[in-house]
Design a protein around this ligand. Structure first.
Ligand code: GLN
Length: 456
């Protein structure tokens, strides 16, 4: 009840949700009854979870933030959602996003603009801005987002919450609307590292419905939160941290820079050794990402043809039905991505763009591997600035894309990364949060959670 009251009070200002469930209290009461009868309830019993609206939920709208899916209600739950429900979690509603995850501000939603709870004249980041704002404003306990190029980590940074992007394949993508399938992963938001870890525990693991989900064993991420001795003077003794040189100074807001350097000193105080590490290919990540993500999306979005899902226009013949449904159903940014992707994949340009970008991706993977052979964890800012004003970059897509520089490389390499608040810069009435990004070796979420938990 307290969460729902808070949600009702804050939602008119934030607009984080596209849909709020009307069965939350009923589900909570049913859990209470079970407890009274001494029946088993799961470890997430009564935990309110927000779910990004590009993740399918049975019997609840799932629009992907797009008009083309307005009114669509999937007949099934995404695997991650199913697992949450099986453990007693309650889906409180569907959170706002940039259409199909394409954007960094949540202004690209076809339905509404979400505001940043720290300053409602600013963006919450994106594309999972609704999920980040909802946890930040305590409209729900934890939430699910998706991260193709930073969409969990950048909004976590802008909204001052914890955001966790798991290793590619750690969490099933079944029921996640595909944007760029080789990069997409479902991720977690929480107001503490522990909360994000508990949610990761719930949704991880192999799923036969997603052939790219990994068979790697899922460790117990959460027991370490209890066993860690936070009173020890150097709890992280012996850990080697690499501060990525290319992510500091040039093009980075000075307040962000000093917050990250401050975080590095704090890690040293906790016993880590911190050294700078160079990833010379870092700046290639952005162009490679936008070519690959657009290419994959141009193929993935061909399923929205006005026949199989959602909205259909009336037309005299089949091609007009496809064309008009897509023309009316997709927003501007989505159309631009489809055009860019189709161009990059077309005969004559394929080698120059798509193939080249794949080669760059391999170089980036190798340079991360080399850096992670020498270090336990790499650190960087999660974004080059704190949250900016709504409208500021709306008509300048390249400026918006440039803000993804800190996060896209991690998706190209398929690595896990954790973002957590590490300081403030001036802005708003209370300052604006800055996020520290910690990047780990494949399937080493456990270490990220440990270091993050000690750090906060
Ligand atoms: N901002 C990036 C994009 O628009 C990343 C989005 C995401 O991770 N879904 O593609």
């Amino acid at each position: 009840e307290s969460f729902l009251t808070r949600l009702r009070q804050t939602e008119p200002h934030l607009r984080s949700f596209l849909h709020v469930s009307d069965t939350v209290l009923r589900q909570a009461n049913e859990l209470d009854e079970k407890i009274k009868r001494n029946e088993e309830v799961g470890p997430l019993a009564g935990v309110l979870v927000g779910v990004k609206d590009n993740i399918c939920t049975a019997g609840m709208p799932s629009t992907g933030g797009s008009r083309i899916l307005e009114g669509y209600q999937p007949p099934f739950d995404a695997t991650a959602v199913r697992k949450i429900k099986e453990l007693g979690g309650i889906v409180v509603g569907k959170t706002n996003l940039d259409e199909f995850g394409m954007g960094s501000t949540t202004e690209g939603s076809a339905f509404q603009v979400t505001a940043n709870p720290w300053d409602v004249s600013r963006v919450p980041g994106g594309s999972s801005g609704g999920s980040a704002a909802a946890v930040s404003a305590r409209q729900c306990v934890v939430s699910l987002g998706s991260d193709t190029g930073g969409s969990v980590r950048q909004p976590a940074s802008f909204c001052g919450v914890v955001g966790l992007k798991p290793t590619y394949g750690r969490v099933s993508r079944f029921g996640l609307m595909a944007y760029a399938s080789s990069l997409d992963v479902i991720g977690c938001f929480g107001s503490s590292v522990e909360d994000a870890g508990i949610l990761l525990q719930a949704i991880s693991g192999h799923d036969k419905l997603d052939a790219t989900s990994s068979k790697q064993e899922v460790p117990d991420f959460t027991s370490q939160f209890i066993s860690l001795n936070l009173l020890e003077s150097k709890p992280l003794k012996g850990l080697r941290i690499g501060l990525i040189r290319e992510t500091l100074d040039d093009g980075v807001d000075s307040g962000v820079n000093s917050a990250i350097r401050g975080a590095a000193s704090h890690l040293e105080e906790l016993g880590c050794s911190v050294s700078e590490v160079s990833l010379p290919s870092f700046s290639l990540g952005l162009p490679a990402y936008y070519i690959l993500a657009s290419s994959e999306s141009s193929s993935n979005l061909s399923r929205y043809d006005g026949v199989r899902y959602g909205n259909q226009v009336t037309a005299d013949e089949l091609n007009a039905l496809y064309g008009d449904s897509r023309a009316k159903g997709f927003g501007h940014e989505v159309k631009m991505r489809i055009l860019m992707g189709t161009y990059a994949l077309s005969a004559g340009y394929y080698d120059a763009y798509y193939k080249r970008a794949q080669q760059v991706r391999t170089i980036i993977q190798k340079s991360f591997k080399a850096a992670l052979d020498e270090h336990d964890i790499l650190i960087s800012p999660a974004a080059p600035s704190a949250a900016y004003k709504i409208g500021e970059k709306k008509n300048d897509p390249l400026a918006m894309y440039a803000g993804d520089i800190m996060t896209v490389n991690v998706n190209l390499a398929g690595l896990p990364a954790l973002v957590l608040p590490c300081g403030f810069v001036d802005g708003g009435s209370a300052g604006l949060p800055v996020g520290l990004q910690m990047i780990g070796a494949p399937f080493d979420e456990e270490k990220l959670l440990k270091v993050g938990h000690v750090f906060e």
